[in-house]
Unconditional design. Structure first.
Length: 693
């Protein structure tokens, strides 16, 4: 099976290298698909070493060629003879222009060109047809070249050079190769450059691969996801001329997705294959992060929870190279099982191992951790706040604290993630920046104070998602209180706000009993912050180009305060396709109280039982369209507000309100992954089985 062969091959290719796994995967996948890849990074980052190792991975593909690999460092003085071969003297004597190409780029299967953007126009013109059509014009003769892929490298990208844009577009994959992180420098002491490739790919492998690609199917949902990403990209960068997507790139991407499916042993493309688009759709490095978010956010829309069973838990094995110096993973970090990698996470099974995250060699090193048991921390006299940088998988187990006002982490740092965790009488963190949080159920707030540049999705909380949100994306979440609750900083009350954020497909149920019991966070500070001070379902201020889409605010019990359904003040932001259900308060507005001229209210609604003074019956106004209770039903939400009841929403006949399909985690129902009764996000499950991502 080619998948097993590729797993072994990748292990051999990465042997003795540090932090080059992602680049090696892209380079190998490019050659399997017959595409080109560009490696970008400073000198001394092993770009050429990656190419040389890849070249050793293949038995001779074209038996007519005399060599398989060509490598050259281009300068602005390089001539065509150096790349394509010298002119044939005998042919010149016969008045014919022809090069001797044997041993040069037109005769090989894999080529590596360093500093490719320094190519002269005479070299560039020939490269373009070789890279795209696999044709070299040798005098008057058009020769089909055996080139499987061109790997190129550059210390910088072409800027302001229109003549190089066609060359740049022919690299389907772009990969940054940077210096390794300082915490991994220690691995360089024991590197060995010697590598033995045993599981090389043969002509038969390539022939079988090329024959199978055409039979790979792409379902309507997968097609829609690809088109959604493509159109979202074009809309996001419609004013950025650097980010142009060509039809040629679309066709090549479809081929890459099919190759990914074949090499993973599937007969159809799935969501995990589409994740490869994050390395195919950017032209300028300034836009990498935004494009990654477009791809990930779109894929989450097409994902859903699936039950875990033995069949879908079958993940391709990670086969380690054996060596006399190889150490057992259980001994790599003292006191823990596992090495902290994605495939071999540190296992957290008790209070000591959890609090060990305070160790500098664990909690701040970007390690992967997985919880294997419920952990009770409620008996601790004091709880040590943990600053965290890494990836924590709760594995659907719980951590119990003594007070929901206290947090597990002091701060979740950038590029970290927390998933599949239940917190009882405990908040997740006081702050979070650049973090990804998913599938968590929290008795307290998820973030007690500020969330900045975070993505939070498929979470349930009994208080709030955060106190404030700045440049965040919050999707498919459900809260039993205000989405943003405000907080006290140095005895100054910080009002709740949402800035430059997207809030999509969320439920806010303003349950005053939960608030009254759990949100008095300010005792001991000499302040009394009564429940009545929660003034808005989402946030007191929504501003700075924020978007609220397909959300609902409702309350099941009386709120003894003046209540604004979504927000008291909307500034330069948008609320669309959203609704207010029944609200019970002393006084209230339906959606918002104030908004400026730069804000947009579009296609919103509120139930007729909300009897606010001076109500406006206007779908594009501050109170939304007034909908009779009998018409406030699934048909209205699905066909007027355009909510997705196939993948995201379902109708709850008990409450006569919409509920989220994906937020199904209930208390006392969290299960071990191994017992077959738990659920996992489809996208996450597919990623586990995809050797490329």
């Amino acid at each position: 099976m080619i998948q097993s062969k590729l797993i072994l091959l990748l292990q051999q290719l990465n042997h003795g290298l540090v932090d080059r796994e992602a680049t090696m995967k892209l380079a190998l996948l490019s050659i399997l698909a017959g595409e080109n890849i560009l490696l970008i990074g400073p000198p001394g980052t092993a770009k050429s070493l990656v190419a040389r190792r890849i070249s050793k991975s293949f038995a001779q593909i074209d038996q007519t060629s005399e060599t398989t690999y060509f490598e050259y460092l281009l300068t602005k003085f390089s001539t065509p003879e150096e790349i394509f071969g010298p002119l044939s003297i005998s042919e010149l004597k016969a008045d014919r222009f022809k090069r001797n190409t044997v041993g040069y780029l037109p005769s090989v299967e894999i080529a590596f060109l360093d500093e490719v953007f320094k190519a002269s126009s005479s070299i560039l013109n020939s490269l373009l047809t070789i890279m795209n059509e696999r044709v070299y014009h040798n005098g008057t003769e058009a020769l089909n070249v055996p080139l499987r892929a061109l790997i190129a490298a550059s210390n910088e990208l072409p800027t302001g050079q229109e003549e190089l844009s066609a060359l740049y577009d022919r690299f389907l994959f772009r990969s940054f190769v940077d210096y390794i992180n300082s915490d991994k420098l220690q691995h360089l002491f024991e590197l060995s450059n010697a590598v033995e490739i045993k599981n090389y790919l043969t002509q038969e492998d390539f022939s079988r691969l090329d024959e199978t690609i055409a039979s790979i199917t792409i379902s309507p949902d997968i097609k829609n996801a690809i088109l959604d990403i493509w159109n979202t990209h074009k809309d996001a960068f419609k004013e950025d001329r650097r980010e142009v997507l060509s039809d040629r790139r679309f066709i090549k991407i479809i081929k890459i997705l099919r190759v990914s499916a074949v090499t993973n042993g599937r007969n159809e493309v799935d969501l995990s294959d589409i994740l490869l688009l994050k390395d195919c759709l950017w032209n300028h490095p300034d836009n990498i992060k935004q494009i990654q978010e477009i791809v990930l956010n779109t894929l989450r829309k097409y994902s859903h929870l699936v039950e875990i069973n033995q069949e879908n838990l079958a993940v391709p094995p990670v086969i380690e190279l054996k060596s006399s110096q190889q150490q057992s993973s259980s001994n790599i970090i003292k006191g823990y099982q596992g090495s902290g990698t994605q495939n071999d996470p540190l296992l957290i099974s008790n209070t000591d191992e959890l609090l060990g995250l305070n160790r500098q060699d664990i909690g701040t090193k970007g390690l992967y951790l997985k919880q294997t048991q419920d952990i009770d921390c409620s008996i601790l006299n004091s709880f040590i706040l943990i600053p965290f940088t890494g990836h924590y998988d709760g594995n659907n187990f719980s951590i119990t604290g003594e007070d929901c006002r206290k947090a597990l982490f002091s701060k979740i740092n950038p590029k970290s993630s927390v998933s599949n965790l239940q917190l009882i009488n405990l908040a997740l963190a006081n702050e979070a920046e650049g973090a990804h949080i998913q599938h968590c159920m929290v008795d307290g707030s998820i973030i007690n104070e500020a969330a900045t540049e975070c993505t939070i999705h498929d979470c349930i909380t009994e208080i709030s998602i955060a106190a404030t949100a700045d440049n965040c994306t919050i999707e498919r979440c459900q809260t039993q209180s205000a989405l943003m609750s405000g907080y006290v900083s140095e005895k100054v009350i910080i009002e709740s706000y949402v800035k430059n954020s997207q809030i999509i497909d969320c439920i806010i149920n303003l349950n005053t009993n939960t608030l009254r019991e759990k949100t008095n966070k300010f005792q001991g500070l000499g302040l009394s912050f009564d429940v009545g001070d929660v003034k808005a379902g989402m946030a007191e201020l929504i501003s700075d180009k924020s978007k609220v889409i397909r959300c609902i605010v409702t309350s099941s019990k009386k709120h003894n305060a003046t209540l604004h359904g979504f927000s008291r003040n909307l500034q330069n932001s948008e609320i669309s396709n959203s609704a207010c259900g029944p609200l019970v308060a002393d006084s209230y507005s339906a959606l918002i109280s104030e908004f400026d001229t730069t804000s947009v209210l579009n296609n919103n609604a509120s139930i007729d039982s909300i009897d606010t003074p001076y109500r406006e019956d206007n779908a594009n106004g501050k109170d939304g369209k007034k909908i009779p209770t009998l018409q406030f039903n699934q048909y209205f939400f699905e066909h007027t507000l355009n909510w997705d009841f196939d993948k995201i929403w379902q109708w709850d006949s008990k409450t006569n309100l919409p509920s989220l399909r994906k937020v199904k985690l209930e208390k006392n129902e969290t299960k071990s992954v191994n017992n077959g009764n738990s659920t996992i996000e489809l996208l996450a499950l597919q990623i586990q089985s995809n050797i490329w991502v």
